[in-house]
Design a protein around this ligand. Sequence first.
Ligand code: GLN
Length: 192
Amino acid sequence: MRIGVLALQGAFREHIVTLEALGASGVAVRLPEQLGDLSGLIIPGGESSAIGKLMRTYGFYDAIRQQHGAGMAVWGTCAGAILMATEVLDALPDQEALGLMDIAIRRNAYGRQVDSFEADLDVSGVDDGTFRGVFIRAPWIESVGDGVEVLARHDGHIVAACQADLMATTFHPELTGDPRLHRYFLDSVVGA
Ligand code: GLN
């Protein structure tokens, strides 16, 4: 199974390492032409405005929407989750999102870089105990549409959700070495 990781900015290498450990083929995606034969795409954490600018420069907005329409699953982590949303609260004035997933997400919801933290999460569909969530200047999901399943909350705020072949997590599952959320994406979201 070929899974792309958008490799414009941010924590993409760690996702590729985790995918390869699970037996999938992780592809660093730098140009829209590379999206063609992927079963899934991960948009990593980093800085959503920086990733978004590069996406615009290279023509990724339409290409990702088109490939998703043709069956490519998409998972956004942290900044990537912001880029997937239909509505971004506290966005920069010119910030553009893909509008793929029916969620409203609040950028930098917990405050500044110093307000980054880790917490144990109960994630629906992920067995064998809690999942360590690494939140780095993270957003939270403020509200979800009807077709969206909430997978995890922290302090009442939604931090993981799924909508058919789309998934969003506001923390960084690639930084803990725990492959269970990547396994969930491959098993339950890709090909959903
Ligand atoms: N605060 C960042 C943003 O707005 C997201 C941080 C992250 O991806 N760890 O894009």
